[in-house]
Design a protein around this ligand. Sequence first.
Ligand code: SAM
Length: 199
Amino acid sequence: MYRRAKEMWVARGGYPGGRAVVLAGPEAQEVEALRDYFRLPPAQVLFVDRDPRGLYVAEKKWPGVGTFHGELKDALQEVDEIGFLNLDFMGKYDRNVCLSAKAARGKIKLGAVIAYTFFKGHEYEGQWGFRRQKSVIEKVLGRPTRTTDEIRFAGSAACLAEDFALATLQYRWSTSYRSMTERSIGSPMGVLLLQNSVY
Ligand SMILES: C[S@@+](CC[C@H](N)C(=O)[O-])C[C@H]1O[C@@H](n2cnc3c(N)ncnc32)[C@H](O)[C@@H]1O
């Protein structure tokens, strides 16, 4: 995912500027990707979490990095411009995703990349997010959806474009994987990369 995001920036001449905003998780595992692979200065990066554990880890591993303890939507109110945003709630398309995107309206730089990671296989017909994904993408396509993956991936991309109020948010790349660890058999996941681009 980081490699794809970087390729998208390189193709346009480099990182578009603005803050890189990510959810820390308990271990702030993205420090290395943002520092050593994206090569961003610490002040340009903001780790956010309602759970403070990963924020302490981020500050210890990377002195000078930005941290925000609280809700992502509140953190985004305090950011002026965004070059990278990782919506890695590891959940479904819910109000958390929707309100965070709304809080970032008007702040997404041209060339910025937005990643969205979600649980695959937990959807059901009556679920708010799933119903919304289906109806929004069916309106865009002008036809009924054919597969659940179409609703998951294209539907999420269409809802994100609507929630960020960004008609130039382009679907660039997606993948599926299993979030397996040494202690758990994990869960099927989907990842989507979108870029704010006019082409
Ligand atoms: C899957 S983890 C992030 C992992 C991290 N991106 C990584 O690659 O290691 C998701 C984190 O989001 C936090 N979280 C969930 N909803 C949130 C919200 N609305 N605002 C802030 N943090 C939230 C959880 O506490 C959890 O630590």
